[in-house]
Ligand binder design. Structure first.
Ligand SMILES: *Cc1c(COP(=O)(O)O)cnc(C)c1O
Length: 480
């Protein structure tokens, strides 16, 4: 277990050498009012440079991360992030720019944004894009705000948005945040949207449908063309939650499926280290008739010069103060540029192959409710282990002892004891086989030694936490 940095501290040790006072230096209180000055010494640890480096290196490896091991967290696309992306994002011309710098000095950054929007349009088959939303969920909110504005511009007040029962929780919350009411749609026995339910619920009071494709079961929506058609018959808009775009790159485009709006989680599909709430970018792409509603400022090209323009009178306005998540855009740009069209196609093909490999290997011992060819992920269930007194939660916790991050669990809600596995394309066959081995060992333990599973994880720095207590008894006061 790593000690606190204060435990390494002893008086007089240090890792920096500061210049001695220069002549003519004034006292601090000549710059800062006395009332704002600290009254006692700042309690900082006194440690040497190697101690600092070792301390933080040790801390960083206590948590699981992608450079440490397999991370099959379904719906999150935790793929390996090529280091070249970070290298380019760290170039001074990108990393050190300020949002209020004159545009003449940020032409390269603006050009990158302009080109990235074009790339995303090409990949999604859409007319125009914005890079403003800072997360997928923020892209959803932006999308439904555009839906609202579209109907207002036609003098219509539509009340509802339809959302399948398999949807990610951010879909209904985005719709509600934009003052829509949500109506759930059922899934059918094949794990796809129940088209009859859609027929019953779609009418001229419904603004549209938010649907994930491939859906959260990792299955391609087989009747996508009819689904879109039904919504369009009432001039409704269809929003594709594009969090699963990692399955479609270079193979199928939301625009060709006649979706009206889609978001792209740049941090998922186009490789940025993410998790724990950031950093992200939830760019959205729209069809031509919705283009004028996109948020401002937009990057435009005048001759050979690029600028940020507010000159879109019908825009929904700003959804983010400044483009502070620019580094994510640079990473996506580098990632797409280096792979090219053939490369991104092989990303999706390998992601799909890997998921199907795992699905078939695990299906003997684990329940797979919709056991047919899947896309880039699949959903198993721990329900057949319930009778042994083992929950999905126990299986997830035990995996940590094998140095593997747990898959997404208990989502989607329509699968009992769900275990959602997304291997991504960056894992080798060996890594996948190790995961299978771990899962089969856990299955064996469930039969032979279930107690062990209840105690897991055993080898991690922190054992099983009381997650309920953390929610119910929130205490974020330092030192209490
Ligand atoms: C990740 C995800 C979202 C939300 O995206 P964030 O970037 O995390 O806000 C929405 N829908 C689905 C299906 C997702 O997997």
């Amino acid at each position: 277990m790593e000690k606190l940095i204060f435990d390494y501290s002893s008086k007089g040790k240090g890792g920096v050498s500061l210049p001695t006072k220069s002549a003519g230096e004034k006292a601090v209180k000549e710059y800062i009012p006395e009332s704002l000055l600290r009254k006692s010494e700042l309690n900082l640890p006194e440690v040497s440079e190697p101690e600092v480096v070792r301390h933080f290196t040790n801390l960083s490896s206590m948590n699981h991360h992608l450079d440490k091991g397999f991370y099959p967290l379904g719906s999150c696309t935790m793929k390996y992030n090529p280091k070249i992306n970070d290298k380019v994002a760290g170039l001074p011309g990108f990393a050190d720019i300020h949002p209020f710098q004159p545009e003449s000095t940020t032409q390269g950054a603006l050009e990158l944004m302009y080109d990235l929007e074009k790339m995303l349009c090409a990949i999604t088959g859409m007319h125009s894009a914005t890079l403003q939303p800072a997360a997928g969920s923020h892209g959803e909110l932006t999308g439904v705000m555009i839906m609202k504005k579209y109907f207002e511009s036609k003098g219509e007040q539509r009340k509802y948005i339809l959302i399948p029962d398999s949807a990610h929780g951010t879909n209904p919350s985005s719709a509600c945040s934009a003052n829509f009411q949500t109506l759930p749609l059922k899934s059918n026995e094949r794990g796809c949207l129940d088209i009859d339910d859609l027929r019953v619920k779609m009418n001229a009071e419904v603004a549209g449908l938010m649907i994930t494709n491939p859906n959260t079961l990792g299955l391609f929506e087989e009747e996508v063309e009819q689904i879109v058609e039904i919504v369009h018959q009432y001039d409704g808009l269809v929003y594709m939650d594009g969090a699963n775009l990692n399955a479609l790159l270079g193979i199928a485009r939301p625009g060709d499926m006649r979706f009206d709006i889609t978001h792209i989680n740049l941090h998922k599909t186009f490789a940025t280290p993410h998790g724990g709430g950031g950093p992200g970018s939830g760019s959205i792409a729209v069809v031509e008739k919705l283009s004028k509603f996109l948020p401002v400022p937009r990057v435009v090209k005048n001759g050979t010069a690029f600028k940020l323009s507010d000159n879109f009178p019908e825009s929904i306005g700003k959804v983010l103060g400044l483009y502070g998540n620019f580094g994510v855009m640079v990473r996506a740009y580098v990632y797409i540029s280096l792979l090219g069209l053939e490369g991104i196609k092989s990303v999706s093909r390998n992601a799909i192959l890997n998921a199907n490999y795992l699905r078939v290997k695990l299906a003997d011992k684990f329940l797979v409710p919709y056991n047919r060819i899947c896309m880039h992920e699949f959903v198993a269930s721990g329900d057949n282990h319930r009778q042994l007194g083992i929950k999905t939660f126990d299986i997830a916790k035990r995996l940590l002892d094998f140095g593997i991050h747990a898959p997404t669990v208990y989502f989607p809600l329509i699968v009992k004891e769900a275990i959602m596995v997304e291997p991504t394309e960056t894992e080798s066959k060996q890594a996948l086989d190790e995961f299978v081995e771990a899962m089969l060992t856990i299955d064996k333990e469930a039969h032979e030694n279930p107690e062990r599973l209840h105690e897991a994880p055993i080898s991690t720095p922190v054992r099983r936490l009381n997650e309920l207590k953390a929610n119910k008894d929130l205490n974020i006061c330092w030192g209490k």
